[in-house]
Design a protein around this ligand. Structure first.
Ligand code: FPP
Length: 263
């Protein structure tokens, strides 16, 4: 990515300040990064070029979220369904992920980012698991942005693994079946301890949840960007947040109740 001039940095800081003043910055943003393949095809390039450029967007969005004070950013980097892609694309994505983790771990650490992973990590090739664990350990005490990579993840997988753990805990006597409620189920999900996303962004103009955080998205605001992921950079993120700030989140209540709660 080309280095930014001082003028660009100053103008970016101004945009961030304006956004912080105009409303609430979402605590948790989740992103379905879509359209890498289409971005490459439109340019007559191989799909790998789209994924590589997608890593640049990841870098930019992580940095911008950290600067804005977003507490959690969850990126859908590889879904359970993505294992069904042609073997050479899966291998290429794994190599790219490994390289990105290796190249970025120190920078994430310097920027106070705490890296976490959700998903069936044991399915990833061993070298990827090792690189991931190294980066997680390196950044575990950081107190800034929590960056959650969803890898070999799907919402249905998450709920299924939670049900299994709940069953085992009931069977061993550690959990009373009559005490199970929504809060308990939430604690068994891979996002345990992490607030539900406030804002879900999907790129490439598709209106689908694609088996992402199915339980956790119950009251999340959704923003669909027409841009393909490699073109999705911080200015589009700011647009999504500004749009979010205009929404009224009612959580099933009526407008007046929300106003009374705020006062
Ligand atoms: C969707 O585009 C993108 C993916 C399945 C992979 C996303 C991965 C990256 C951006 C790179 C690695 C990530 C990190 C966190 C370093 P698509 O291939 O489905 O695009 P298409 O729908 O246009 O074919």
């Amino acid at each position: 990515m080309p280095r930014k001039s001082k003028k660009n940095i100053d103008s970016d800081l101004k945009k961030q300040e304006a956004l912080k003043k105009s409303g609430e910055i979402p605590t948790h943003i989740a992103i379905i990064m879509d359209g890498n393949g289409r971005w490459a095809r439109m340019r007559g390039l191989p799909r790998v070029a789209g994924h590589r450029e997608g890593v640049e967007s990841v870098r930019d969005i992580v940095e911008a979220c950290g600067q804005l004070g977003v507490k959690y950013l969850t990126l859908y980097a590889f879904s359970t369904e993505n294992w069904r892609r042609p073997q050479d694309e899966v291998s290429m994505l794994m190599r790219l992920l490994m390289k990105a983790l290796r190249d970025e771990a120190d920078k994430l650490n310097k920027n106070n980012v705490c890296l976490k992973a959700i998903g069936d990590i044991t399915k990833l090739p061993n070298p990827v698991q090792n690189e991931l664990l190294d980066a997680i350990v390196k950044t575990q005490n950081n107190t800034g942005l929590n960056l959650l990579l969803a890898l070999s993840y799907s919402g249905r997988w998450d709920i299924t693994q939670a049900v299994k753990k709940i069953y085992y805990d009931c069977r061993s006597g550690n959990l009373d079946i009559d005490s199970i409620n929504e809060d308990i189920i939430t604690k068994y999900l891979s996002t345990q301890g992490i607030p539900d996303p406030d804002l879900l962004i999907r790129t490439s103009g598709e209106f689908r949840v694609s088996n992402f955080l199915l339980w956790q998205l119950a009251y999340t605001e959704i923003y669909i960007s027409k841009l393909n992921w490699p073109d999705f950079r911080r200015d589009e993120l700011y647009k999504a947040i500004a749009d979010y700030q205009k929404r009224e989140r009612r959580f099933g209540m009526i407008s007046n109740q929300i106003k009374q709660k705020k006062n």
